[in-house]
Design a protein around this ligand. Structure first.
Ligand code: ADP
Length: 489
């Protein structure tokens, strides 16, 4: 499935009220991650356009049939959308790979299907949300009903562009809201295809909208708009905090945030199949070149098995093939941007200056592709004052340390600031339960790494890793408000 990225057709327009819209009063340069070529200029949706879109979404929510459709009929249209996305796999997987750091080898078997299945999973919730009746004296009926908010804004990151749009848009739509998505400015070229297919699926105009633009401009305008009733965000910790404070000043509204992590991979000496464990750890650090919020960036291994693990992991790292996302052989995709590449260099060199030691890697592959490809990197002697401990690196970089007993493993696995995901590799069930209960993290994966291909698992973190959950029943409930009704009779 290798392809020529210059032959891919895309639209760089906003999608408002069922129509593509150009507005080039302000624009920015889009640079393709794999070859760092300036491909196009992308519009920043202006204040007027943001306002117009919010009003259209609000009107569509109030007047179109979407929120008042029978939930099963809403589900049917979402199923149509998922089917069309899946049928478009050959085309959409190429657009996504051209646009982002996702390789064609993965988008063609993974991302497109994950997008469609996320939509299906939430469509199935549309008629299953229930309120409650509460205990009262006999002459009162007290009950709750769940209602959609109205206009929901989803701000999405660049690491899994179409999947992340589905994570935000699908539950919001299933609940009956209207949605405005602002994809990352680094990967703006695939969202249009989801928009085209939404219309074809029968989702009414004005219900699913897309505004392109930079975070500090269009993103800021959206999250501070007084008529937006709910914000769903995935991205960096700093931006999440900013959105929380800036949006609140424009009017209190619910917000849920899926932010960064420093996820540990805790490995006990009792594992029975070291190769299978190594494969999972390697996936956790090398998939998307470590540009995943749940990347397992801290290897915490029992001292008896560290050397063995490390030898195997280094050998997998050495075999990763850097290359453009449109080449099927690529297994080490590019770092998304020059800014991000410089950030990796800074975090690593500052940590080295503070005493960290590179075991292997710590430098760039020399290629002719134009993009930035960081070598799989293993780093030891990392302490709590180092940037590589305190910040997400977002590269194929893993710190390495050992432990002697369960208590030390628990203490090292729980990070002071983050708590997104934590992996525990052990064959001892009691140990697995003990660590699952004692590590302070929103998701615990036992003998596993990665958000599973089953969408019932609530995704979200503790501490600075976020508030609320995407996915699962918790995920759909983020998009309803609860009304309490009191009826004396
Ligand atoms: P990254 O630096 O990895 O792009 P960000 O958290 O900055 O991570 O970006 C995630 C998403 O948040 C992107 O869609 C980006 O445009 C958006 N964003 C960035 N800053 C803001 C902001 N101040 N207000 C709203 N959205 C923003």
């Amino acid at each position: 499935m290798n392809f020529d990225p210059d032959k891919i057709n895309y639209k760089k327009s906003h999608f408002i009220n069922g129509k593509f819209r150009d507005d080039y009063s302000d624009k920015y340069e889009y640079i393709r991650p794999s070859d760092q070529k300036k491909i196009d200029e992308i519009p920043n949706a202006s204040k007027d356009l943001v306002d117009e879109t919010v009003q259209i979404a609000k009107k569509s929510f109030n007047e179109s049939s979407w929120s008042s459709l029978k939930p099963r009929d809403r589900a049917k249209l979402l199923f149509n959308w998922a089917d069309l996305i899946e049928k478009d796999v050959e085309n959409l997987s190429k657009i996504e790979a051209m646009n982002s750091t996702r390789t064609i080898g993965e988008t063609s078997v993974g991302d497109v299907f994950a997008t469609a299945n996320t939509i299906r999973y939430f469509a199935e919730w549309a008629d299953k949300i229930e309120g409650i009746t509460t205990a009262t004296s006999p002459d009162v009926l007290s009950l709750t009903i769940k209602e959609p908010y109205g206009v929901v804004v989803g701000i999405t990151p660049w690491n899994f562009p179409i999947v992340q749009i589905a994570w935000k848009a699908a539950p919001a739509l299933a609940a009956g809201n209207s949605v405005i998505i602002k994809p990352s400015e680094y990967t703006p070229l695939s969202a249009f295809r989801l928009a085209e297919l939404s219309l074809k699926a029968g989702i009414p105009p004005g219900i699913f909208n897309i505004l392109l633009g930079e975070g500090s401009k269009t993103g800021h305008l959206l999250v501070t708009h007084p008529d937006v009733e709910k914000i769903a965000f995935t991205g960096s910790n700093l931006t999440g905090a900013k959105i929380m404070s800036e949006s609140a000043l424009a009017g209190v509204k619910p917000i849920h945030l899926e932010l960064g992590g420093k996820s540990p991979q805790v490995v006990f000496e009792d594992i029975t199949d070291i190769d299978s464990t190594v494969e999972k750890i390697a996936a956790g650090i090398f998939i998307n070149s470590g540009q995943v919020c749940t990347s397992g960036t801290r290897l915490i291994a029992h001292h008896k098995i560290l050397d063995n693990l490390l030898d195997k992991l280094k050998s997998i790292g050495k075999n990763k093939i850097p290359g453009p996302t449109w080449d099927m052989v690529t297994t080490l995709p590019p770092i998304v941007s020059k800014k991000q590449a410089e950030r990796i260099d800074r975090l690593i060199s500052e940590s080295i200056n503070l005493g960290a030691n590179i075991i292997e890697g710590g430098e760039w592959h020399e290629t002719n592709y134009g993009g930035y490809f960081y070598k799989p990197t293993f780093i030891e002697k990392v302490t709590k004052d180092m940037p590589v401990f305190n910040e997400e690196v977002f590269g194929p970089v893993i710190s390495v340390e050992t432990f002697d007993d369960d208590q030390e493993a628990i203490q090292k696995a729980s990070h002071p600031n983050y708590g997104l995901a934590a992996c525990v590799h052990t064959s001892n069930l009691n140990r697995a339960i003990k660590l699952s209960k004692n590590i302070d993290s929103g998701m615990i994966w036992v003998n596993h790494w990665g958000y599973p291909d089953e969408f019932s698992h609530p995704a979200g973190g503790f501490k600075n890793s976020g508030i609320g959950k995407d996915m699962g029943s918790s995920g759909i409930n983020e998009y309803y408000k609860e009304k309490a009704i009191w009826i004396p009779h």
